[in-house]
Design a protein around this ligand. Structure first.
Ligand SMILES: [Zn+2]
Length: 329
């Protein structure tokens, strides 16, 4: 008996897809959750041929955005989503565990010994989704929420990164608990101006950079549903005035462009980080290579860009905002 597969993650679907009132196909997938694909996007995207990486990313994005619809206006963007870093994947998983187990001290049971084969068995059609029990379904959802490719990666993010390296989780056998360090981390990444639509841009005061920002950085912010705010001011003895402080405090996240290494940008990004506000770092490509960023920032991910390729940066920035879970659907 041939079962219908999910177009995105290719796992077998428990229920057949059906059409909604707009003619879009609605899927309920054990990994991607409930989502729809507009008829035109269903036909124009070669779903059988997309890369495994693209399947992982779109599947996890759908899981994070329940009920989302893939359309001809967002399909290119979804196919080009950047892969979150390991730290970002771990943060996403920690936030998911906190949402599901919100009480301090609550036990989280994750049994790798029993479940590590489930995902692979589903892919190989050795197991049917309707035969899975609650624990097994939850296990598949953890793979999606951590943006992991498979069980092995989930185990690494959970055990090696979150438990051993960062100590955000305590682990004994199949029992996990969020540690006090984990709760502090969650405080710093959650609920920071969650309803704000403002995004502060920090960059060196420079006419060419300003024009670049107006042409590409600000449109990327607007296209993801936010209002960019940049303050055109020279730095005065590196003093950051009250207006800038107030804007950073109100921002949902912040863009820090490190081109030409302005002290103000370092200060403003550090201030935002201290408030738990996400900072997306940019830098012009040649400057990034030499002299580059100050060493204490160099371990953070940076989006490099080129003056002649502003549209590329605009697209990359939009994707970054979306993959961090900050953008509109
Ligand atoms: Zn799926």
């Amino acid at each position: 008996m041939n079962k219908e597969n999910c177009n995105v993650c290719q796992l077998p679907l428990a229920d057949k897809s059906h059409y909604d009132e707009t003619g879009a196909s609605v899927f309920k997938c054990i990994k991607c959750g409930r989502f729809a694909i507009e008829e035109k996007a269903l036909i124009t995207v070669p779903w059988d041929e997309i890369f495994p990486d693209q399947r992982t990313k779109i599947s996890s994005w759908l899981r994070e955005n329940p009920g989302a619809k893939i359309t001809t206006s967002n399909n290119i963007r979804l196919l080009n989503l950047p892969m979150p870093t390991v730290a970002e994947k771990a943060e996403k998983l920690l936030q998911f565990l906190c949402a599901k187990y919100p009480n301090p001290g609550q036990l989280i049971k994750i049994n790798f010994a029993n479940n590590h084969y489930i995902f692979e068995s589903l892919i190989k059609h050795e197991k049917e989704p309707e035969s899975l029990n609650k624990e097994q379904k939850e296990y598949i959802s953890l793979i999606a929420h951590s943006w992991a490719h498979n069980s092995q990666e989930l185990k690494y993010i959970l055990n090696d990164y979150l438990c051993i390296n960062r100590k955000y989780l305590y682990c004994q056998g199949e029992n996990y608990k969020i540690t006090p360090e984990g709760w502090v981390k969650l405080d710093s990444i959650q609920n920071t101006n969650i309803n704000s639509r403002l995004v502060f841009i920090a960059m060196k005061f420079d006419e060419q950079l300003k024009q670049f920002s107006e042409s590409y950085i600000e449109p990327a912010i607007q296209n993801t549903g936010y209002t960019p705010k940049i303050v055109d001011k020279h730095e005065h003895n590196n003093l950051i005035d009250d207006e800038i402080i107030a804007l950073i405090r109100q921002s949902r996240f912040m863009i820090a462009d490190y081109t030409y290494n302005s002290c103000g940008v370092y200060y403003e990004a550090g201030f935002a980080l201290g408030l738990g506000i996400e900072v997306i770092r940019l830098c012009e490509s040649n400057f990034f290579k030499n002299p580059g960023l100050h060493f204490d920032q160099s371990h953070y991910p940076v989006l490099p860009w080129e003056f002649e390729k502003g549209k590329v940066l605009q697209k990359n920035l939009e994707n970054k905002i979306i993959v961090l879970g900050l953008g509109n659907k």
